[in-house]
Design a protein around this ligand. Structure first.
Ligand SMILES: Cc1cc2nc3c(=O)[nH]c(=O)nc-3n(C[C@H](O)[C@H](O)[C@H](O)COP(=O)(O)OP(=O)(O)OC[C@H]3O[C@@H](n4cnc5c(N)ncnc54)[C@H](O)[C@@H]3O)c2cc1C
Ligand code: SF4
Length: 865
C-alpha cells in the first residue's frame, strides 16, 4: 500500500458517494486520517450520499434533505472535495489516475471504489418502453411517482425485499398492483417455504396480486409507445400502465473490469479481508465488491463493515472483514418479516423448531445446530422477538427452550426481552454495536435518551431494525439509574399523546402522514401508529379502516374482531345495559349453532361468541346486523359496556331506573375511541349490584338523583372509584360524564386507563371537579362540542363494513381461494361446545382432533447429517 509521508498527505480518491462511501469517509476520519490523506470524492448522482434503505419513505413525504447522510460541515470540516454528477469513466492503474465523464483526470495515491450496484433489468422485448422503471435512486422514485399519477395498474417484476417495497409504494399511490416473481415464493432469499406462503397470503389480503413461479416474457407498448401490457411465462397477460423492475442487483464493477482488476465469477471486485483489490493502490467496498468470503453482499451492514475495514487499513490499523450478517427485519406492506443467521438450515445436521398459526398470520422458525446453538430463524407476522434472538445467533445459552421462545406470550411462551441478553450481544448489526456499549452510553457517558445514544454509539442509525431493542435497553438503564425517561411518545414523536391530541385537534389534521410530516420524523412505528389512529378516530369518528387509517390499527381493530389464541376470532355484539329480548337471544343462539361457535356470558353482561373463522365474520355479522345488533367494540380501545342491575323496575330496593340510564349511556358513548378501553356501570341503589365503583365511570342511584364515581379499575391493580359528584340530576350527570370522558381522552397518555390518569392528574380529584363542574380551564364548551360531534357522527362499523364490497375484501383466509377456510384453525369438543386445541393435542394424528395449531419439536431434522 502507498504510505504517504506524514508531512505531505497523499491523495485519496473515493469513487461513489453512496451509503458505504459516506460510512467510509466517517470511519476514515474517525481513525485519524486527517494528516495522512487529502480526499476527493467523485460521485455520479447529483446529490451527496443519502439513506437508500429508507428510499421508500420518500413516497410518504420524507424529503431528500431528511434522507441525506452528509452535511456541508462534515465535508468542509475534513477538507473533503465532493464533485457531484461527474462519474468516473476509466482508471489508469499504471499512471494512477482516474478520468471522469466531464473529461477531468485526477491522480491518486489510493483509490477506493464504492460504486454500489445497478438494478438488473431482464432483457425481455419492450423492457425499455416508456413507463418501465427501476427502483434504486431518488431520481428513480421521482420518475415512478410522476408516472403513477396517470396510471391505474402497476406491475413490479421481482418479489424480493425491494420488489415488495416497490409494490407497497404503488399500492399506497392507489394503483392496482401485481408482483411477478420467478421463484416459487416471495422473498425466497430470506424466508423459507412456510414463511413465504404466509407472507404471500398477508400481502394478497392487502390487495396486491401475486404471481409466483412466473417470469416476464415480454412487455407490449401501446400505439403511443408507452407500456400497455405484460405477458408472463405462464401465458397470463396483465394490462398495465407502469412497470417497476426489481429483479435483483448486479455489482457495478465495470471500472475494475476495464482496468484489469480481477472480479468474481458472478461479478464483484475481488478483495481480501482488508478490502484491498489485487492492485495495492486500490480498495473496493460495499455492493461493488466481492468480499474475502467470496460473497457479494446486497445489504448495508456488511457494506459498513467493509468501509470500516478499508478505512482502518488506510490509516495503518489492523482491519479485517471476513463475512457479514445478512439479517433483515422489515415491515413490508404492513407485514412484519425478519430473517437472521442461517434461515434455511443449510448447516450440517441443522434442526428446526416451528410455530405456525396461519389464522393469526404468524409463522416463526428457529434453526438450531446439533449442539443446540441458535443458527438462524425466520419470523413472519410477529417479529417482536427479533431484537433478542438475532444477537443470540451462535450461542448455545438461550434464555429459554427454543419452543418457548417462539410461542406467543398468551400460549405460555416466554419471549425473552433484551434484559436477557449478555453485554457482548451485538444489537445493531449495521454498526456492530453491542448491548454493553449501549448500556455504557447511558451509565458512563451520560446519554439521557435514545436520540443521544444513537448519536454517541451509532446504534439504530443504519437500517433501523434494532431501534426497538435499543430503546428498551436505554429505557431500562435510565430507569435503573433513577433518571427521568424523556416523555416523547416514541422515536418518531417528541410529543406526548396528549400533546399530539391537541395538535391534531387544533390543526384539523386527519392523516398520520401529515402529522408525522409536520410534527414528527420518519415513518412511524407500532407504538405511535395505533396511538395516532385512536386520536384520529376520537376526533373525526370516521370509518377506522379507510385509506391510510387501516395500516395504523392494532391487530384486532384491523379485522374488527378479537384474535384468539388458536387464530380464530371472537364476535361480540353490543347488548346495551345488558338488556336483551328473547328474539335477540334466539338470534345469537342460532348464529352460534349454525357457525359452531362457543358461547359465554361475560362479566360485561353480554354474550361473546368464540371460534369464528376470518372468512365467517362477514356472514355472522350480516345476520347480527339484520337482527338489529351492532358492534360491541370488544376489539377496540373504546367504550365496552355499561353494566346495570335491574333497578327500581324490578328490584324492591331500587330507587332509580338503572337499566334505562345504562342503555342511554351505552348508546351515547358507543364507538368512542379512547387511550384505553372504558368500562362503566349503573346501580339502582347503594347496594351496588352492578359494581359501579370498580369502573372507569360508575353511577349509583340515590333518592335525590345520581352519584357519579370515576377512575375505578378491576384487573391486576384494582382501584376503587372516587366520588366525583353526588345527587346529580340526569342532565347534569350526563353532561359531567361527557366532560370527564373527553377531558380524559384529551389528556391521558398512551394506554393509560382512567385510574392511573386520575392519580397522575395534577391536583387530582379536586382539579378534575374544577375542570368538569366549574369549567376552571374554560374548555367545557369544547368538551361538550366534541362529545356532541361524536354522538352525531357515530356509525356502526360492522354495518358500514358490510355495505362496502371493498371493505369486505380483507375477510378472506386465502385471497386466491376466497371460499377455502383455513385448515390449521382447529378445535376440540369440551362440555358440549368447542375450545381451541392445546399444543400437545396437536400431536394427535389428523382426524382424531377437530383441529390444532401446528408445532413441530426440535427433533425435526431438515438436512441429513
Ligand atoms: C429501496 C431500497 C431499499 C433497501 N432496503 C434495505 C434494507 O432494508 N436493509 C439493507 O441492509 N439494505 C437495503 N437496501 C440496500 C442498501 O441500500 C445498499 O446495500 C447500500 O446502499 C449499498 O451501499 P453502496 O454504497 O455500496 O452502494 P450505493 O448506495 O448504491 O452507492 C453507490 C454510489 O456510487 C455511485 N457510482 C456508481 N458508479 C460510479 C462511478 N463510475 N463514478 C462515480 N460514482 C459512481 C452511484 O451513483 C451511487 O450513488 C435497500 C436498497 C434500496 C434501493
Ligand atoms: S343495586 Fe339496588 S336496585 Fe340494583 S339490584 Fe341491587 S339492590 Fe336492587
Amino acid at each position: 500500500m502507498t504510505n504517504p509521508s506524514p508531512t505531505a498527505p497523499g491523495h485519496l480518491v473515493l469513487v461513489g458517494h453512496g451509503m458505504v462511501g459516506q460510512r467510509f469517509l466517517e470511519a476514515l476520519f474517525d481513525s485519524g486520517a486527517g494528516a495522512r490523506w487529502r480526499v476527493t470524492v467523485l460521485a455520479e448522482e447529483p446529490r451527496p450520499a443519502y439513506d437508500r434503505v429508507h428510499l421508500t419513505s420518500w413516497f410518504a413525504g420524507t424529503t431528500a434533505e431528511e434522507l441525506s447522510l452528509c452535511d456541508d460541515d462534515f465535508l468542509t470540516g475534513h477538507g473533503i472535495e465532493l464533485r457531484l454528477g461527474d462519474p468516473v469513466t476509466s482508471v489508469d492503474r499504471a499512471a494512477r489516475t482516474v478520468t471522469t465523464a466531464a473529461g477531468h483526470t485526477l491522480g491518486y495515491d489510493a483509490l477506493v471504489l464504492a460504486t454500489g450496484s445497478y438494478p438488473f433489468v431482464p432483457p425481455v422485448p419492450g423492457h425499455d418502453a416508456t413507463g418501465c422503471h427501476v427502483y434504486r435512486t431518488l431520481d428513480d422514485v421521482a420518475g415512478i411517482r410522476a408516472e403513477a399519477a396517470h396510471a391505474r395498474t402497476g406491475v413490479v417484476v421481482g418479489g424480493g425485499l425491494l420488489g415488495l417495497e416497490a409494490a407497497g409504494a404503488l399500492t399506497e399511490m392507489g394503483l392496482d398492483t401485481h408482483v411477478v416473481e420467478f421463484a416459487p415464493r416471495l422473498m425466497a432469499l430470506q424466508v423459507d417455504e412456510g414463511g413465504g406462503q404466509l407472507l404471500r397470503r398477508r400481502i394478497e389480503e392487502l390487495g396486491v396480486t401475486v404471481h409466483t413461479g412466473a417470469g416476464t416474457q415480454r412487455i407490449d407498448p401501446g400505439p403511443d409507445g408507452r407500456v400497455a401490457a405484460m405477458e408472463l411465462s405462464d401465458g397470463t397477460v396483465l394490462d398495465t400502465d407502469l412497470v417497476v423492475f426489481s429483479a435483483g442487483v448486479r455489482p457495478r464493477d465495470q471500472l475494475a473490469r476495464d482496468c484489469g482488476l480481477p472480479v468474481g465469477e458472478r461479478g464483484g471486485i475481488t478483495v481480501d479481508a482488508r478490502c484491498r483489490t489485487a492492485d495495492p493502490h486500490i480498495w473496493a467496498i460495499g455492493e461493488c465488491a466481492q468480499a474475502a468470503d467470496g460473497r457479494v453482499y446486497g445489504l448495508v451492514a456488511p457494506g459498513y463493515a467493509m468501509a470500516e475495514a478499508a478505512a482502518r487499513d488506510l490509516t495503518g490499523h489492523d482491519a479485517s472483514f471476513t463475512g457479514g450478517d445478512t439479517s433483515t427485519k422489515l415491515k413490508l406492506l404492513g407485514v412484519d418479516v425478519a430473517s437472521f443467521g442461517d434461515p434455511h438450515g443449510t448447516a450440517e445436521g441443522a434442526l428446526e423448531v416451528l410455530y405456525a398459526n396461519s389464522r393469526a398470520g404468524v409463522y416463526k422458525k428457529l434453526v438450531l445446530g446439533a449442539d443446540g446453538a441458535l443458527l438462524g430463524g425466520v419470523l413472519v407476522g410477529d417479529t417482536e422477538s427479533y431484537g433478542t434472538l438475532r444477537p443470540l445467533v451462535g450461542s448455545t445459552r438461550l434464555p429459554a427452550p427454543p419452543e418457548r421462545l417462539l410461542l406467543p406470550a398468551t400460549g405460555g411462551g416466554a419471549p425473552a426481552g433484551p434484559g436477557a441478553l449478555p453485554d457482548d450481544a451485538v444489537i445493531c448489526s449495521c454498526h456492530n454495536v453491542a448491548k454493553g456499549v449501549i448500556r455504557r452510553a447511558v451509565t458512563d457517558q451520560g446519554c439521557a435518551g435514545v436520540t443521544e445514544v444513537k448519536k454517541c454509539t451509532k446504534a439504530g442509525t443504519g437500517c433501523g431494525s434494532c431501534l426497538k431493542t435499543v430503546t428498551a435497553i436505554v429505557e431500562s438503564e435510565l430507569a435503573a439509574s433513577g433518571a427521568e425517561v424523556a416523555p416523547g411518545l416514541c422515536e418518531h414523536f417528541t410529543h406526548t399523546r396528549a400533546e399530539l391530541y391537541e395538535i391534531v385537534r387544533a390543526k384539523g389534521i386527519t392523516t398520520f402522514s401529515r402529522l408525522v410530516d409536520e410534527h414528527g420524523t420518519g415513518e412511524g412505528c407500532e407504538v405511535c401508529k395505533p396511538v395516532v389512529a385512536s386520536i384520529l378516530a376520537s376526533l373525526t369518528n370516521t370509518y377506522v379502516l379507510d385509506g391510510e387509517q387501516a395500516a395504523l390499527q392494532d391487530t384486532n381493530d384491523h379485522v374488527l374482531a378479537n384474535l384468539q389464541r388458536n387464530g380464530s376470532y371472537s364476535v361480540v355484539p353490543r347488548v346495551p345495559g345488558g338488556e336483551i329480548t328473547p328474539e335477540g337471544l334466539i338470534t345469537i343462539g342460532e348464529i352460534a349453532r349454525d357457525f359452531g361457535l362457543y358461547t359465554k356470558i361475560t362479566g360485561g353482561q353480554r354474550i361473546d361468541l368464540f371460534g369464528a373463522r376470518l372468512d365467517d365474520l362477514p356472514r355472522i355479522w350480516r345476520r347480527l346486523v339484520d337482527a338489529g345488533f351492532e358492534s360491541g367494540h370488544a376489539y377496540g380501545k373504546a367504550l365496552r359496556t355499561v353494566k346495570s342491575c335491574v333497578g327500581e323496575t324490578w328490584c324492591r330496593y331500587g330507587v332509580q331506573d338503572s337499566v334505562a340510564l345504562a342503555i342511554e349511556l351505552e348508546l351515547r358513548y358507543r364507538g368512542l375511541r379512547s387511550p384505553h378501553k372504558l368500562k362503566a356501570a349503573v346501580s339502582g341503589c347503594a347496594r351496588e349490584c352492578a359494581e359501579a365503583q370498580s369502573k372507569d365511570f360508575g353511577v349509583i342511584a340515590t333518592s335525590a338523583g345520581w352519584n357519579l364515581y370515576v377512575g375505578g379499575n378491576g384487573g391486576m391493580t384494582p382501584r376503587h372509584a372516587d366520588l366525583l359528584a353526588a345527587d346529580l340530576d340526569r342532565d347534569t350527570l350526563i353532561r359531567t360524564i361527557d366532560r370527564f370522558l373527553m377531558f380524559y381522552i384529551r389528556t391521558a397518555d398512551r394506554l393509560e386507563r382512567t385510574a392511573p390518569w386520575l392519580e397522575r392528574l395534577d391536583g387530582g380529584l379536586d382539579h378534575l371537579r374544577e375542570v368538569v363542574l366549574d369549567d376552571s380551564l374554560g374548555i367545557c364548551a369544547d368538551l361538550d362540542e366534541l362529545m356532541q360531534r361524536h354522538i352525531e357522527t357515530y356509525q356502526d362499523e360492522w354495518a358500514a363494513t358490510l355495505a362496502d364490497p371493498d371493505r369486505l375484501r380483507r375477510f378472506v383466509s386465502f385471497a386466491n381461494a376466497p371460499d377455502v377456510p383455513d385448515p390449521t384453525v382447529r378445535f376440540v369438543p369440551e362440555r358440549g361446545q368447542i375450545r381451541p386445541a392445546r399444543p400437545e393435542e396437536a400431536a394427535a394424528p389428523d382426524g382424531e382432533l377437530v383441529g390444532a395449531t401446528v408445532i413441530a419439536g426440535p427433533r425435526l431434522e431438515v438436512r441429513p447429517r
